[in-house]
Design a protein. Structure first.
Length: 285
């Protein structure tokens, strides 16, 4: 998440990260080549390279990939050349560091009549941003994480937003909660059975039973809040986006500093967030 304060002659920014990368690509933790069991070693290695790069938003060099994964120079060169040719990574200067492109973001989102979810959500997000003054986001569930697809930056002098491509655990943020709360009960039970409830702050829910109770409250309200559960001092308010079968496939939410988005503020602004999410749902149906 990023925060910025506009001044009369310049813009001052400070970066914070309320979300973490997926468990297979955490910054500072090793990425390993996982054997799919289907005799596809080249694919397994290419996916390991993608996961390694995704865990380093600042970019990585081929040498760092070699050292991180234990590959030979020749293998790293061939795999990265292939990923460059297919448009999954690009070279960023200075330093010729490899970073992910937005191609996988485009592939991961639902589509309707040749329009992507981001395209369908853009106007509702702009409306929500203008109504609340806060940054609006749209994202989808990817395994045990929420993937931010796009955001519209708020109009407040001091603003909070999460960059597209950021991933974070579902249990600690409003978008993840609403994408789980409306799942069929059997599917939800199976999902929660193996879910790692890791504490990110003192207010993160870390009990499976407590989280299940919390999701029931989310469903009753029609929206979810994150009151500093991902990062202290940063709150978010989200609502679900449904497909034609009433399955939650995405979420739309706003983020703000804690003083601007208390639980009372969330109750006041929830109808607007729900309305914006419903706008996208109507286009998907």
């Amino acid at each position: 998440m990023k925060s910025s304060r506009r001044r009369s002659t310049s813009v001052a920014r400070s970066s914070v990260k309320p979300f973490v990368q997926p468990s297979t690509a955490l910054v500072g933790q090793p990425v390993v080549v996982r054997d799919s069991g289907h005799q596809t070693p080249a694919l397994d290695r290419a996916l390991a390279v993608l996961e390694f790069i995704s865990g380093h938003p600042e970019g990585v060099t081929r040498q760092e990939i070699k050292e991180g994964l234990g590959f030979t120079n020749n293998l790293v060169f061939r795999l990265t050349r292939a990923l460059l040719a297919h448009g999954y990574v690009e070279i960023q200067e200075p330093g010729r560091r490899l970073v992910l492109t937005r191609k996988m973001l485009a592939m991961s989102q639902p589509k309707r009549d040749e329009r992507s979810l981001v395209q369908m959500a853009h106007e509702p997000m702009r409306w929500l941003r203008d109504f609340t003054g806060e940054s609006a986001h749209v994202g989808v569930r990817v395994e045990q994480n929420c993937l931010v697809l796009d955001r519209v930056i708020g109009t407040q002098p001091y603003k909070c937003y999460v960059e597209a491509g950021t991933m974070g655990p579902l249990h600690a943020a409003a978008p993840g909660k609403v994408m789980l709360a409306w799942l069929p009960q059997k599917e939800l039970d199976e999902f929660l059975a193996d879910y790692p409830f890791r504490a990110l702050t003192a207010t993160t829910i870390t009990s499976r039973r407590g989280f299940a109770e919390h999701l029931r409250l989310v469903r009753q309200r029609g929206y979810a809040m994150d009151l500093g559960e991902t990062m202290e001092g940063h709150h978010c308010l989200g609502a679900p986006i449904f497909d034609a079968n009433e399955i939650p496939i995405a979420s739309l939410w706003i983020t703000a500093p804690a003083p601007r988005l208390s639980e009372a503020d969330g109750e006041r602004l929830a109808p607007a967030v729900i309305r914006a999410a419903h706008m996208v749902t109507e286009v998907l149906r």
